[in-house]
Design a protein around this ligand. Structure first.
Ligand code: GRF
Length: 214
């Protein structure tokens, strides 16, 4: 087994962010090993992407469990047995149970397709459609630590993209997605490298930007 930090990825669908994470582990920009991929849905492309990369997968459907808590306990058990130290939600269409957040406190990263706190609280393409409807001129994506407050944990990083007058939800979502594929692996790498410091459980700063006396 390599000495690289072991990450677990939770998915539900297309898996393009998972593919970006895998590519980053392969080209060395994300010095980590993806040890386990758990999907809340069977037969999704993300599972095939993981299997093609030789990554173990498990399907945990909500209906396989009596409660969200039981589902959370199963996720914790699987991730712990894979010796996972950091979880990444990459298009995971579930709210994780508080027991997972507690077990992996400040060790769960989510990517959301808007500039949080704008357009929080719904799954893609809801945030992209809401951005278009609001007439914003810029949108983007946000990586953040997962807390009990949905889409409201400390922001790790953001990437901005323009919104064009002739955008559709699809063209905007595509532009944001390309930014996501850069932002997510970079954020995971920064967290694993210990560069992201959480202040008062509310916001983050880069360690290199923390001044003496702060
Ligand atoms: C992305 O837009 C992500 O921001 C959101 O869900 C989508 C997942 O896409 N949370 P994919 O499965 O990674 O292709």
């Amino acid at each position: 087994m390599s000495d690289l930090p072991r990450i677990g990825v939770l998915v539900s669908g297309r898996g393009s962010n998972l593919a970006a994470l895998i590519a980053a582990t392969e080209n060395g920009t994300l010095p980590a090993q993806i040890a386990l991929v758990i999907s809340s849905k069977p037969n999704v492309p993300a599972l095939e992407i993981a299997a093609n990369a030789g990554i173990p997968t498990q399907v945990m459907r909500p209906r396989d469990f009596a409660s969200r808590h039981e589902e959370g306990e199963a996720i914790i058990a699987a991730m712990r047995s894979a010796q996972v130290e950091l979880l990444v939600l990459a298009g995971y269409a579930r709210l994780v149970d508080p027991c997972v957040i507690e077990a992996y406190r400040w060790k769960i990263i989510n990517i959301h397709p808007s500039l949080l706190p704008a357009f929080a609280g719904s799954m893609a393409p809801g945030p992209q459609a809401a951005a278009l409807a609001a007439g914003v001129k810029f949108s983007g994506c946000t990586t953040h630590f997962v807390t009990e407050d949905t889409d409201a944990g400390p922001i790790i990083d953001q990437a901005v993209v323009p919104v064009h007058d002739d955008d559709t939800v699809e063209t905007l979502a595509d532009r944001i997605l390309r930014a996501e594929h850069q932002l997510l692996p970079a954020s995971v790498a920064a967290v694993l490298a210990g560069e992201v410091q959480i202040i008062d459980g509310r916001r983050t700063v880069r360690r290199s930007s923390v001044h003496a006396g702060d």
